[in-house]
Design a protein. Sequence first.
Length: 222
Amino acid sequence: MSTRDAVLGKIRRSLGVTGNEIPRNATVDDRLRRAPKGVIPARGQLPAAERVALFVRMAEKVAASVARVAQAKDLPAAVVDYLRSNNLPATLRMGDDSLLADLRWDETPIVVSRGAAIDDDAVGLSRAFAGVAESGTLMLASGSDNPTTVNFLPETHICVVKAEDVVGDYEAAWDRLRAMFGKGQMPRTVNMITGPSRSGDIEQTILLGAHGPRRLHVLIVG
């Protein structure tokens, strides 16, 4: 018997069940199928424009910087402006995301590298499948289009999210993920990013970049 089986067996014995009870299994299956929502805060339940404005306020509150562009084609120029204004190198690491990969990076001075990030990468660019207005959080799904390493290895992370993908609450973001991948399917990792990396472990002093990027710049499209 494995350790896992031993632990689960002990839990079943304490509950007085075997794990084969039809009503209990039906209840679990029903909950997984319906994915019922819990109590949802009212803060993010706003019209679209106000919802995006709330997302911006909450993201800036946790030390992220935010800029908006009208269309996706404006993203390369916005990235150039951000790199120049922060005296950052004109290099960029990104995955194969269709929105980002089709942009005219060749018309900018930026040197773009594709694939998973490495230790020497200074700036990473990725795309979030959703933004959560109630907390200013970005949600990203792992994969070759947006490798998780791009989110965490470079000291500067630039993340793109469409205005239409900014939702009011986490439950709506999970609904968006299920719609993308199909019910019962999930990417290997879902990352929730709220502001740049930070830690207050040492003398309760906030230190940015403790476990990941020290800068997070959000570009909202639309």
